[in-house]
Write a protein that binds this ligand. Structure first.
Ligand SMILES: [Ca+2]
Ligand SMILES: [Ca+2]
Length: 340
């Protein structure tokens, strides 16, 4: 069995057998929820059945997290994360010093405009660190731990719905120190009061779909030629900042199209970074958005089978969202499905 698989199994067993102190912890055999089971299966090499098998001595295998030295020796693998939402409060050795920390989420009545607000906490011995989120109690959320950047110490990830379908993501080191996101002109929420610097932000607009091959998969809104939900992968870089791995937000809206209202210029898109030959889209053509970089380009296919990219510039006056060849985007399409 690969070392990576053993480590992952160890983490699962640690959560199941030794750690969690909620009501489920008093039961002899905690049952994985459907959601939890789904998270466990995110890593393709992990055998879901094996993760549920008992071990005779939890201490013998529950050695997660490992040191970075061991990782280098064993040629370890891509990072991973699992959900602990259904196992709170959860006892787990986040920083690899052999002593468990307690991860929990609590609510504070009236903390957020009279409503209860979630607070994430990590207890290490007698010390407790907390982080107040901008998420109201009762809104959907999820919480994950895992050593995504493979430095031997776990990260903690959280997403919650701050309003209706208005998700935000936080990431922290094991001591609840925020991990910042790279600046992204249109998709990072920056809040000066939250200590972001150089445009980097401790909070990101989107919803964590899961973790895959050491990457965070985030679904987020792209407001360009309408409101679209796209998926993009992110990772923790060598500089400790979370930035995009994939260059675009990919849409999964196969049947959603825009109808061209007047001629406009598009470009061939064989090379993503280098627009190809110009061609004209004519009135009545159906344009199916495929992907966007969120800041200048929208890739598409047409009902007639053409593919290409539209070049857009943000409207500096703020009167409209985007312009194409200097004219407002809305002039070129019969209807743009913006929401919110
Ligand atoms: Ca520890
Ligand atoms: Ca780490």
């Amino acid at each position: 069995m690969k070392r990576s698989t053993l480590l992952f199994i160890s983490l699962c067993l640690l959560l199941l057998l030794s750690g969690c102190q909620g009501a489920a912890a008093n039961e002899a055999a905690p049952v994985l929820s459907d959601q939890r089971a789904q998270e466990v299966q995110i890593r393709p090499e992990a055998d879901a059945a094996a993760t549920l098998a008992p071990v005779s001595s939890p201490g013998s295998e529950a050695s997660w997290p490992v040191t970075s030295t061991e990782q280098e020796e064993e040629d370890l693998p891509l990072g991973y994360c699992i959900s602990i939402r259904d196992n709170l409060p959860c006892s787990i050795d986040l920083d690899g010093d052999g002593e468990p920390e307690i991860v929990d989420m609590t609510t504070q009545p009236g903390a957020l405009d009279g409503c209860p607000r979630w607070t994430v906490s990590v207890k290490k011995g007698a010390q407790e660190r907390t982080f107040q989120t901008d998420i109201l109690e009762d809104m959907p959320f999820d919480l994950w731990v895992g050593d995504l950047d493979e430095d031997g110490s776990a990260e903690i990830f959280f997403h919650g719905d701050a309003a209706s379908d208005d998700y935000i993501v936080y990431a922290w080191r094991s001591d609840l120190t925020p991990i910042l996101f790279e600046p992204d002109d249109r998709l990072v929420r920056t809040d000066p009061d939250e200590g972001g610097s150089d445009g980097k932000s401790p909070v990101f607009s989107g919803y964590i779909e899961g973790f895959e091959d050491g990457h965070i998969v985030i679904e987020g809104v792209v407001d360009m030629l309408g409101t679209h939900w796209g998926v993009r992968t992110f990772a923790i870089g060598d500089d400790g900042i979370i930035g995009p791995v994939s260059s675009v937000w990919s849409f999964e809206e196969d049947d959603r199209y825009l109808t061209v209202a007047q001629e406009l210029t598009a470009y061939g898109a064989k090379v993503a970074r280098d627009p190809g030959e110009a061609f004209t889209l004519t009135a009545g053509e159906k344009v199916y958005p495929l992907a966007s970089d969120g800041c200048a380009r929208m890739w598409f296919k047409t009902g007639g089978g053409k593919t290409g990219v539209l070049l857009l510039t943000p409207d500096e006056d703020g009167m409209v969202m985007w312009r194409i060849d200097g004219a407002p985007e809305a002039e070129f399409f019969e209807f743009l499905p913006y929401s919110g």
